[in-house]
Design a protein around this ligand. Structure first.
Ligand code: PLP
Length: 489
């Protein structure tokens, strides 16, 4: 594709005097510009592009055609994957009966919205085995911060201000240590064993009277189920700490087992990953936090409460850690989750874990003769390769990821987790068909073959994308974020 609009910024197709819209009449009367008080008038031109209507439409349509998303093709990005995103949920979330509500309306007029919040909260409690949830946090990392603030406050109120040590496995998601640092906690890393799970022998010497708690992800970022949880929870609780569950990717666990039953005290769930909200480039999301019964009074305000007469109200608890978001969080995301939970229901939701596990293992077993599989055995929703099996080639994980773009696939997560040098993390999700998985496996095998027979093709990929290989480091070090930056460079 190559036309006037292609590959240009909207500022570059701007022509002086072009107009693409006509403003509606001023509802307060038809003032002419001269009647506006001088002090309120601009003294310089805006730096907005001047473009006609067709140019605007074509510019943005061309740009959206360059985008890759779950609606254009297979997207096996490990760890942060969008799972099932039914379109009907977007439709539900766009219903003006909800979107037109103002958060400060009297609660008598927002009963339905509060009921929805309450029912999502109760359903998450049932799914996770934790007593009570807040849906206010905006994302997974935000949920982690709220959960850790609750843990910190729990210790402070018991007079244990010295309990600031938080144990985090070396396979953990980067947000875990980051959130702990934001909460003023000291991070101590625990090693993983050969099979990818937490090394209990390495954990024991770390336990002392300064322990605040331990954060665990399950299945962990290697896609492995942490089998030692009961023992770990016992050790942490004996040492006076609390157990935190990173439930960002809860799909393999749905209806199979519950963090609350495993001994976890606090957890977060990523609604946007597991309960259907299309997201990317940082949002939108929701990171509900659940806690065991005696911690419920610490949950952030405001809380939605069901009164004895069956109506709903907003409550502000005195012992709460306080306010962590405006009103009730990202409400549109919660609406999608509600629609998802109701359409799946108690029975269908149990199939999510089994299917996501089946799909991941199918790809893993079909490719392990060409890609290095450092952690063998059954994985859950995702798994990690450590580059190509054939170590004699110069072809790296980055090259494989770039070559996948030529074949029309989104690249998997690469170079994470940090446990391996050539990590290639693949998560197919529960809703992909066998034919999609087979086509992906065929392409991955083809790339492994190309790495042997014509490595330069892979090393110079991508060949068929709008731009070729980008200089990531330069892009980060010298970002051009505005048109002005660009023309001045
Ligand atoms: C995605 C993810 C997070 C962070 O969630 P955000 O919504 O991106 O802040 C935390 N932990 C794990 C394991 C994740 O996959």
């Amino acid at each position: 594709m190559n036309n006037t609009y292609y590959g240009k910024l909207i500022f570059e197709i701007s022509q002086p005097g072009r107009v693409g819209c006509s403003l509606p009449r001023n509802v307060f009367g038809n003032y002419s510009l001269d009647e506006l008080p001088a002090a309120l008038r601009r003294r310089s031109d805006t730096l907005l592009p001047e473009v006609d209507e067709l140019s605007v439409v074509r510019h943005y349509t061309n740009m959206s055609n360059n985008n890759f998303g779950v609606d254009t093709g297979f997207y096996p990005l490990g760890s942060c994957t969008m799972k099932y995103n039914p379109k009907i949920n977007d439709e539900m979330a766009a219903d003006p009966k909800f979107t037109a509500l103002h958060p400060s309306q009297p609660v008598e007029t927002t009963q339905g919205a509060l009921q929805l919040y309450d029912e999502v909260q109760r359903t998450l409690s049932e799914i996770s085995g934790l007593h009570r949830f807040t849906l206010n946090p905006y994302a997974g990392a935000h949920g982690e911060m709220v959960g850790l603030m609750i843990i910190r406050t729990y210790h402070l109120r018991r007079g244990d201000a010295h309990r600031t040590k938080i144990i985090v496995p070396n396979s953990s998601h980067g947000t875990n240590p980051a959130s702990a640092a934001v909460c003023g906690l000291q991070i101590v890393e625990v090693k993983s064993t050969e099979d990818g799970t937490v090394d209990v022998q390495d954990l024991i010497p770390l336990l002392d009277e300064n322990l605040a708690g331990m954060m665990m992800t399950n299945p962990n970022t290697l896609g492995i189920f942490e089998t030692q949880i009961p023992e770990i929870a016992r050790l942490i609780h004996e040492a006076g700490g609390l157990m935190y569950y990173d439930g960002a990717n809860l799909n393999p666990m749905l209806g199979v087992c519950r963090p609350g039953d495993m001994g976890f005290d606090v957890m977060h769930i990523n609604i946007h990953k597991t309960f259907s909200t299309p997201h990317g480039g940082g949002g939108p999301g929701a990171g509900p936090v659940g806690v065991r019964e005696d911690l419920a009074e610490l949950l952030p305000n405001p809380q939605v409460c069901r009164l004895d007469d069956g109506t709903y109200s907003l409550c502000h608890h005195e012992k709460s850690i306080g306010y962590i978001s405006r009103f009730l969080g990202n409400y549109g995301v919660l609406m999608r989750a509600y629609a998802y939970l109701l359409t799946m229901g108690r029975e269908q939701i149990k199939r999510v874990g089994a299917l996501s596990t089946l799909n991941a293992n199918y790809i893993k077993e079909s490719l392990k003769d060409c890609y290095e599989l450092p952690i063998k055995g059954l994985c859950k929703h995702e798994f990690v390769f450590d580059g190509l099996k054939d170590k004699s080639t110069e072809v790296t994980t980055l090259d494989v990821a770039k070559r996948l773009l030529d074949y029309g696939y989104h690249a998997p997560t690469i170079y994470f987790p940090l446990l391996f040098h050539q990590s290639l993390m693949i998560e197919p999700t529960e809703t992909e068909s066998k034919s999609t998985l087979d086509a992906f496996i065929e392409v991955m095998r083809k790339i492994a073959e190309e790495a042997k027979t014509s490595p330069e093709i892979v090393k110079n990929a991508p060949h068929h994308t709008p731009v070729r290989r980008l200089d990531d480091v330069k892009a980060v070090r010298e970002p051009k974020l505005t048109f002005k930056d660009l023309i001045e460079s």
